[in-house]
Design a binder for this molecule. Structure first.
Ligand code: AR6
Length: 181
């Protein structure tokens, strides 16, 4: 399952898959504020990368919600992991801004480090409880806005773990692009 959309000089792809086997230069981890392995996609990334990833994460002294930190990828195919901490969904107005900041900070960190391709999981929509439909619109809107003004990032992949999430993101992509017309 793959949906592709050109945004300026860059490509946005929505795929169903496992982010730990992605071959983009970087993958994003939906981390916790201590950057410890935890469960969900973070646990899977740490298992696939090996114990050296946690050793490097410890040196960062954690990460605030909405911010992002860079490490190596160790045993992953990706050279880098960008760790960002999504908001725990509370239903308050602050949630959207914090989630937007996760995507924006991760993309900025990639740009600052000359990283040209990046894969995202659906941040905050698992253990942190953010409704997928709302989250998908924030994720795609932020990525599309960024790609329009930052040509250095050539490929962004949204990697969804379930068919349902893939379909939700695909529908949201059409809506977000429709708003721009
Ligand atoms: N590839 C792609 N997506 C995945 C994978 C995978 N291998 N595994 C799970 N997902 P979650 P959060 C999806 O809970 O909500 C951790 O314990 C999953 O289906 O991993 O941001 C951290 O340490 C869901 O759609 O992240 C934090 O404490 C999405 O990834 C907390 O969970 C995000 O689910 C972060 O919670």
């Amino acid at each position: 399952m793959l949906t592709r959309q050109e945004i300026g000089d860059s490509m946005l792809e929505i795929v169903k898959g496992d982010i730990t086997v992605e071959e983009t230069e970087s993958i994003v981890n939906a981390a916790n504020d201590r950057l410890s392995p935890g469960g969900g996609v973070s646990g899977a990334i740490h298992r696939a990368a090996g114990p050296m990833l946690w050793q490097e994460c410890k040196k960062h002294n954690g990460c605030a919600t909405g911010e992002a930190k860079l490490t190596g990828g160790y045993n992953l195919k990706a050279d880098y992991v960008i760790h960002t901490v999504g908001p725990v969904y509370s239903g308050s107005r602050d949630d959207a801004g914090k989630l937007k900041s996760c995507y924006y900070s991760s993309l900025c960190l990639a740009s600052d480090n000359g990283i040209k391709s990046i894969s995202f999981p659906s941040i905050s929509t698992g253990i942190f409880g953010y409704p997928v439909r709302e989250a998908s619109q924030i994720a795609l809107g932020t990525i599309i806005d960024y790609l329009k003004t930052h040509k250095e990032i050539k490929l962004v992949r949204m990697v969804l773990f379930s068919t349902g999430d893939y379909e939700t993101y695909r529908t949201s992509l059409e809506e977000v692009l429709g708003e721009d017309l």
